[in-house]
Design a protein. Structure first.
Length: 182
């Protein structure tokens, strides 16, 4: 093969590589632009009864939380008779039974009067204490249902709890604990 043929062959290979590489990148970018933003598609609902938040659409899935009657929830989809809800606080999404909620106009308020945050609380389910107020913070302890917590503040829907052993404060998702009965 002559020198000019080698240069021509290299030029063709380079042109083909650039052409197919450019096509692939534009296809990838366009595909992600087509995906809907679920946060812009939420619909306000209000629970009509106390209900369990589940990890999947059915009673066979694990309970990951409890939602009180008259609570506002943000629905993004449906799977059979189950509504997929998302948290505006960064908590994990979950499913509730469709019969436990009704469409709302976003005007409903919590049924309970505002309560002081500080004080003794009791966990409602087995839960985890995290190093900060959100699911992206590491777990620092596992806490079983019924354990008493000393709450000192609330941040972004998370209860800040103090340790009796002098450890750093941790955070528990607020819906997973309630004030201790007196």
């Amino acid at each position: 093969m002559s020198r000019s043929e080698s240069i021509l062959l290299c030029g063709v290979v380079l042109w083909v590589s650039l052409t197919f590489g450019a096509c692939k990148n534009s296809e990838d970018k366009g595909a992600s632009d087509d995906l809907p933003d679920l946060n812009q598609q939420t619909r306000p609902y209000v629970t009509v009864e106390n209900t369990k938040l589940r990890s999947g659409p059915g009673e066979q899935f694990k309970t990951i939380g409890e939602i009180k009657r008259n609570a506002k929830v943000h629905v993004v989809g449906r799977d059979g008779d189950w509504l997929l809800i998302v948290s505006k606080k960064g908590n994990a999404p979950g499913y509730i039974d469709m019969e436990a909620a009704k469409p709302g106009d976003g005007e409903e308020q919590e049924a309970d009067a505002p309560r002081p945050v500080e004080g003794r609380y009791e966990t409602l389910v087995n839960t985890q204490v995290r190093s900060g107020p959100g699911l992206h913070y590491p777990v620092v302890a596992d806490v079983p249902k019924g354990i008493k917590l000393n709450v000192v503040a609330e941040e972004k829907g998370w209860l800040k709890v103090e340790s009796k052993q002098g450890r750093k404060p941790g955070y528990v998702e607020a819906s997973l604990a309630r004030p201790e009965a007196k």
